[in-house]
Structure formats: structure tokens, C-alpha cells
Design a binder for this molecule. Structure first.
Ligand SMILES: [Zn+2]
Length: 282
């Protein structure tokens, strides 16, 4: 998906400041929400229109996310800005880098710190297309980032209110404000399309593997030889549409995609034959 322009990004934007109080409310912990509210602000702010500036920088983060997609990685992108200057950008690539910390935010933080010659980045803002995880939230705090703006929420690892709210604890951090849901629909759609494509590729690879298995069996029957190898070890379900380990091993080229897809299709709420809920994990 090409990066969106500011005008299209404005469509369907749902913007809400994710202050500590709002984040706690998302977790459903009423006591925590009340406590955080009193500690941080007297009342939740009214959702404000997304500024043209936020849209502009989020569009750059979305463009970075497309670089991740092009590299076969989960499409998440980030840009780090100071004022109106883009200091650094990063895209998610933990698989290619063999680095679990190679999230878009971490990449942008490292590049910005190198560029500015300072491990602290006060006055800087980080735009990222997906809600930061706990690792990135910690790095954001250490870097003294002034503000984080994120797009889609991450119900699996989000640390800005979706799973935990690292920024709601005043003992941990006083410095970073968080705005979530900027271009949420667009950022979420980019992730959904990526995972949908991976599931489709996985299904096709498995179907192709089953076809190979069936063809082997037919050839063997035709020559009267004993059916061996993959077919002989496969349970009956192997030729009736179910996934088997035997079928998987017959298509090594697609193993990585299949394994990844399996991660995203085995969530508790997924039902056989139904489209699983959108996954956003890196
Ligand atoms: Zn992260």
C-alpha cells in the first residue's frame, strides 16, 4: 500500500489522547483509571482533531512501514522528529536482522541518538504506525522522548494502554505524552493486508504440498509400487484438506511463512473456517 496523503489520512481518523488515565481505562481497571486520573489530570481531555502536522509525520511513518513490508517484515514504521525536522526513521525488521529488538521505534531511536550524538533525545517526538510494545516504551522513556504518536492499537503487546500502560505510572516516567489512534484505520489496514497475504500464501503452499503428495500417491498406485515417503506417513486427513506435519515438510520453501501464519491463526478467538481477528504482533 502506498503511503497515504494527509487528505486521505483524515478519513476515518479516530483520535484520542492516550494519557495515563485513558490507558488505564482501556485495560478495564476502573480503580487504576480513577487513580491515574487523579494523579495525572483532573479529567480526560476531549478528543481533538488530528493536526496537519501529525498527519504529515504519520504519513512518513507509514511510508517507512512499507519498507518493512517490502523486506517481508511486519509493516511497522517510525519517524523521529524535532520540531519540523525529521531526525531519523526506522522500519521493523527483526527477522532479517536476527534481532528481537529491531522494532521500528528502536531503529529510529538508535539512528536519532547517533545522529544527534546524545543518548537523550529531549524535545523529540516519535511517530509510529503501531502502538509501542513494552521494550520500546522503556527505550522511549530512557531517551526522554517528549511525545509519542501512534496509529493502530496492538491488543497483543501494546504498552500504551492496550495490554499495559507503561506511561500511566508516574513513578516510571514524567516526560512522555502519548497520542494514540492517529490514522488508526489506515495503519491497521496495512497490517491486516499483510497478515491476510501471509495467510493466503500459507494456504496456497499447503495446498500445493497436498497436491504433490496426492500426485505421488497416484503415481505409486499406477506403477504398483508401495506408497512410501511423505504419503505413507501422512494420516488420512492429509488428503482431505487438513494440515499435517508431513504436508508441511514437503514444502520447505514456504515453511517460514507457514509458521508465521500459524502464529497469527491460533489465537483463542479464531474459529476453524473463520477469518481470525486482525493480528498486529511483530
Ligand atoms: Zn516494540
Amino acid at each position: 500500500m502506498p503511503p497515504i496523503d494527509a487528505e486521505s489520512a483524515n478519513t476515518g481518523v479516530s483520535n484520542a489522547d492516550v494519557t495515563g488515565a485513558a490507558g488505564a481505562a482501556v485495560t478495564g481497571d476502573a480503580n487504576e483509571a480513577a487513580s491515574a486520573t487523579s494523579a495525572i489530570s483532573p479529567a480526560l481531555p476531549e478528543p481533538s482533531p488530528v493536526s496537519e502536522r501529525d498527519l504529515r509525520f504519520m504519513a512518513l511513518a507509514q511510508a517507512a512501514a512499507e519498507e518493512a513490508r517490502a523486506a517481508g517484515e511486519v509493516p511497522v514504521g517510525a519517524v523521529l522528529v524535532r520540531g519540523d525536522e525529521v531526525i531519523a526513521k526506522g522500519f521493523n525488521h527483526p527477522i532479517g536482522a536476527h534481532d528481537p529488538s529491531a522494532h521500528a521505534e528502536m531503529v529510529a531511536l538508535r539512528a536519532a541518538a547517533l545522529s544527534l550524538g546524545n543518548y537523550r533525545l529531549p524535545g523529540c517526538e516519535l511517530y509510529v504506525t503501531l502502538e509501542p510494545c513494552l521494550m520500546c516504551a522503556g527505550a522511549i522513556m530512557h531517551a526522554r522522548i517528549a511525545r509519542v504518536v501512534f496509529g493502530a492499537r496492538d491488543p497483543k503487546t501494546g504498552a500504551c494502554g492496550s495490554v499495559v500502560d507503561a506511561f500511566a505510572n508516574p513513578l516510571l516516567n514524567h516526560h512522555t505524552t502519548v497520542s494514540g489512534g492517529v490514522c488508526e484505520a489506515e495503519c491497521g489496514a496495512a497490517l491486516k493486508s499483510f497478515f491476510a497475504e501471509r495467510r493466503r500464501a500459507s494456504r496456497e503452499a499447503r495446498a500445493a504440498a497436498r497436491g504433490v503428495t496426492q500426485a505421488d500417491g497416484q503415481e505409486d498406485r499406477g506403477t504398483g509400487r508401495t506408497v512410501t515417503a511423505v504419503t505413507s506417513n501422512a494420516p488420512p486427513a492429509a488428503t482431505s484438506g487438513a494440515t499435517t506435519e508431513a504436508a508441511d515438510t514437503a514444502q520447505s520453501a514456504a515453511t517460514s511463512a507457514a509458521e508465521s501464519a500459524a502464529d497469527f491463526t491460533t489465537q483463542p478467538t479464531a474459529q476453524p473456517g473463520n477469518e481470525p481477528p486482525p493480528a498486529t504482533s511483530r
